[in-house]
Ligand binder design. Structure first.
Ligand code: G1P
Ligand code: ZN
Length: 497
């Protein structure tokens, strides 16, 4: 064991989804170690616990896992459950934390941000419910990181081969290297009508799933091709690569251009889908037909009862504030509550744990349910397949029918990246200062009904989160939202919805 002296870094405040920086920042001496020790110092019941550790396979993944294992050993953790090759999707990690009753887990990912030596890296801690640490906890990590003077690490130990399944000892720590695809596939089989989806594929239904050379490839091959009988080759870009093949593993119309072009034309497959770096996002497409994440959330909520896991119906839904109100229409029709939360999955956790909601989502290509405590890309794809298999209609027909029955919401999001931070902060400050004068004013023929900086009081634990985005709401239901991203790694990103 070694007690290493260190000096604090002042920039380790986790953002919307963990601590994200460029790889070069994480490669600085003591940088990752300091953050990991700060997290461990804030966890009660650490001695003797189990932690789950895995990442999206991006550059620096192995090095980071080795450091975390040596630190876990020196901090009294009893067991670490690690994904084969160090790879584990975010939803699979969430599931494992829950299955193994672990104290929590470290997920190494910068999600959809590019990877490679000059790309981004990230680390996130999820608690025992499988979900991202709450804001109170991430603030505690940050406070601790500013005072840290030492960390504990096991030195002079051999490097563990993460490609060998099974148990291996690292000093006092038991390291269990597992095939995380198997547990996840089993969970999916418990949720969905696999027989109906198998019949769909057997009947000639064709789809393409773009793994974007990120973490979901192996999961998608096992579930879609091996277990559900989709044609071999259904999963493209299936091999996880440290630099994602040089691509940007972000499932949207820009970065999944190859998939979009494959879904175009009369001979195109019936359905297309893609996930992101760590497997929690999804984009779904019909033939020649784009489905927005907000519409996807709404139509899945409206049809959830066709999926065995939701056969008893939904008891509540939630969406992040900038997400369109399409799902609110469904909740109203079902007479169930619809919660509006700040951006980021961590705000859904208390609602899911308390059984207030069982489906939730964000406009940023994130959809999920109470089966884990993260958004889940492949789960969303399987939801779609299950619904299409039962309804026996195309994705486009399903969506058009939905709009006919519930009405339709339109929106777009504009991202201004790499803005100088001082300028972005000044812009937000000016917007905030003008809010009080807006109600009653007419802007481009719309009357402003209200204007505020979104603030959220968690209905379960009462915690408050202020300054979550400036919103201007018009009398006709239209909205404009401005917020600064909490996941960028250089300057500021302004999002205008
Ligand atoms: C973005 C998305 C947000 C999502 C997060 C993590 O955060 O907008 O919905 O939860 O990535 O995937 P942002 O950069 O906007 O803070
Ligand atoms: Zn992600």
């Amino acid at each position: 064991m070694c007690l290493q002296t260190t000096t604090p870094f002042n920039d380790q405040r986790p953002g919307t989804s963990g601590l994200r920086k460029t790889v070069t920042v994480f490669q600085q001496a003591h940088y990752l170690e300091n953050f990991v020790q700060s997290v461990l110092d804030c966890l009660p019941d650490l001695p003797g616990c189990t932690l789950v550790i895995g990442g999206d396979g991006r550059y620096h993944n192995d090095t980071a896992i080795e450091i975390i294992l040596r630190m876990a050993a020196a901090n009294g953790v009893a067991r670490a459950v690690v994904g084969h090759g160090g790879i584990m999707s975010t939803p699979a990690a969430s599931n494992l934390i829950r299955q193994r009753r672990a104290l929590g887990g470290f997920i190494l990912s910068a999600s959809h941000n590019p990877g490679g030596p000059l790309g981004d890296f990230g680390i996130k801690f999820n608690g025992s419910n499988g979900g991202p640490a709450t804001e109170a906890l991430t603030e505690a990590f940050f406070a601790r990181s500013r005072q840290l003077t030492t960390y504990r690490i096991l030195d002079a130990v051999p490097v563990i081969d993460l490609n060998r399944l099974g148990m291996v000892a690292l000093g006092p720590l038991e390291v269990e290297i597992i095939d995380s695809v198997a547990d996840y596939a089993l969970l999916m089989e418990q949720i969905f009508d696999m027989a109906a989806i198998r019949r769909l594929f057997a009947g000639g239904f064709r789809m393409v799933f773009d793994g974007m050379n990120a973490v979901t490839g192996p999961y998608a091959v096992e579930i879609l091709e091996n277990r559900l009988g989709a044609a071999q080759g259904t999963v493209i870009n299936r091999l996880p690569l440290p630099d994602f093949g040089g691509h940007h593993p972000d499932p949207n119309l820009v970065h999944a251009a190859e998939l979009v072009s494959m879904l175009t034309g009369p001979d195109a497959p019936d359905f297309g889908a893609a996930s992101d770096g760590d497997g929690d996002r999804n984009m779904v497409l019909g033939r020649d037909f784009y489905i927005s994440p907000s519409d996807s959330l709404a139509v899945l909520a409206a049809n959830a009862h066709l999926v065995p896991h939701f056969a008893a119906g939904l008891f509540g839904v939630a969406r992040s504030m900038p997400t369109s109100l399409a799902v609110d229409r469904v909740a109203a029709a079902l007479a169930i509550p619809c919660y509006e939360t700040p951006t980021g999955w961590k705000f859904f956790g208390t609602l899911l744990d308390a059984g207030r909601i069982n489906i939730c989502g964000e406009e940023s290509f994130g959809t999920g349910s109470d089966h884990v405590r993260e958004k889940d890309g492949l789960w969303a794809v399987l939801m779609w397949l299950n619904v299409l298999a039962v309804r026996k209609i195309s994705a486009e027909a399903l969506m058009r029918e939905h709009w006919r029955d519930y009405g339709r919401n339109f929106y777009s999001r504009h991202d201004y990246e790499g803005v100088e931070s001082a300028a972005a902060d000044a812009l937000m400050a000016e917007l905030r200062s003008g809010l009080a004068d807006l109600p009653g004013r007419i802007l481009a023929n719309h009357i402003v009904a209200s204007a505020d900086d979104f603030s959220y009081a968690d209905p379960v634990d009462g915690s408050r989160s202020a300054r979550q985005g400036v919103r201007i709401i018009f009398k006709d239901g239209a909205r404009i939202v401005y917020r600064l991203s909490g996941t960028g790694t250089s300057g500021s990103t302004l999002r205008v919805y």
